[in-house]
Design a protein around this ligand. Structure first.
Ligand SMILES: NC(=O)c1ccc[n+]([C@@H]2O[C@H](COP(=O)([O-])OP(=O)(O)OC[C@H]3O[C@@H](n4cnc5c(N)ncnc54)[C@H](OP(=O)(O)O)[C@@H]3O)[C@@H](O)[C@H]2O)c1
Length: 333
């Protein structure tokens, strides 16, 4: 094949926010698939806060991206050549295909998606990793009960917006914490949240007291830092704190800010549990089926924030850390 593959390689391990020199933008020949492999023309690349962690050296739930390697990312696209008898040319697939235009992948390592059932970006959003994260994080770790108060941070983002909506479907009262009046308006008007807190403009402690007069039963944390600490001070008895992420800490150049208010767990017989979506890979289909059902019946709103052009990847990734996305940030190639 004569086509050229444009790729972003990791050039250096960032200190703080990733900068342009942490990437190399290269051209490479499009590889041929070997036995059992498929060649995918990528249509959409997912931009996820986790990518910042994957750039760091050190022990985590997944090995770091190597220097000189194609940056790891979820993506979806069309199969344009196949040496896997179970995957046909013309089918669409998703997986960890990388920040590039073409990817060769093991046919068993990708999942099929149907653009006739939902637009392709939705498979990186509600019907993909963020959806499955919200689903199991809330239902399995948070264990919501009707009438409980759920507070979610990063509420206008990919995971947070779904957590709030799924909590509403389970009869909970939902308070979303997000940055800015537009995001808060979106939560109330489009996603059906009961109340919002604009953490950039409001006193968090006072607002949590006002909106959670009987305390927080489930705090779903996407951001960590000061917001986690403030939420801990408002826990109800037997509250569940779900540690999904801590985006406020990912670009720290000093130590991670720990929660000073952790003794609230003791006083309230509460728990704080971290989880990784990949713990649930064997139940991925179960979550996607339920999420697709809610989406089809209009019970769930899927919001994608779509940027354009592979070459804009370094700047677009930073939108996550500057709070410039509403819903799932996706790059269209
Ligand atoms: N455990 C897992 O398996 C798993 C899986 C997926 C995602 N996650 C985690 O879930 C979290 C949300 O991911 P996502 O994909 O849904 O991203 P997202 O919420 O769509 O985007 C990131 C948002 O985080 C907020 N943010 C950025 N810096 C912040 C800061 N310093 N303080 C407070 N908020 C800040 C911004 O919203 P505002 O404008 O509101 O500040 C931004 O829009 C991340 O921490 C991610 O690592 C975990």
């Amino acid at each position: 094949m004569d086509a050229v593959n444009h790729q972003f390689l990791l050039a250096a391990r960032p200190v703080g926010l990733p900068k342009p020199s942490d990437w190399t933008y290269v051209e490479a020949p499009v590889a041929e698939p070997g036995d059992g492999e498929v060649l995918v023309k990528i249509a959409y690349v997912s931009l996820d806060p986790a990518m910042r962690g994957w750039m760091n050296e050190g022990r985590s739930y997944i090995p770091p991206v190597g220097i000189g390697e194609v940056m790891r990312a979820f993506a979806v696209g069309e199969v344009i050549a196949s040496k896997d008898p179970d995957v046909a040319v013309g089918e669409h697939v998703g997986g960890l295909l990388g920040v590039q235009e073409y990817a060769v992948a093991n046919g068993k390592g990708v999942f099929k998606v149907d653009p006739g059932l939902a637009p392709l970006p939705v498979y990186l959003s509600t019907l993909g990793m963020p959806g499955v994260t919200a689903y199991f994080g809330l239902l399995d770790i948070g264990r919501p009960k009707e009438g409980e108060t759920v507070v979610v941070s990063g509420a206008a983002g990919a995971v947070g917006g779904l957590v709030g909506q799924i909590a509403k479907l389970h009869g909970c009262r939902v308070v979303g914490i997000a940055g800015g009046p537009e995001k808060c308006g979106h939560l109330l008007e489009d996603l059906g949240f009961d109340a919002t807190i604009d953490y950039k403009a409001q006193d968090l402690d006072a607002a949590l007291g006002e909106h959670c007069p009987n305390g927080i039963d489930i705090y779903f944390d996407n951001v960590g830092g000061e917001i986690l600490d403030a939420a801990l001070a408002h826990l109800a008895r037997e509250a569940r704190v779900v540690i999904c992420g801590a985006i406020s800490q990912y670009n720290n150049t000093s130590a991670v800010q720990g929660p000073a208010n952790y003794l609230s767990l003791l006083v309230n017989h509460a728990s704080m549990t971290g989880f990784v979506m990949s713990d649930y890979l064997d139940r991925y289909g179960e979550a996607v089926q339920q999420l697709a059902g809610w989406l089809a019946s209009g019970k769930l709103v899927s919001r994608e924030d779509i940027a354009h052009g592979l070459e804009s990847f370094p700047e677009v990734l930073l939108r996550l850390f500057h709070g410039e996305n509403t819903g799932k940030l996706v790059l269209e190639l």
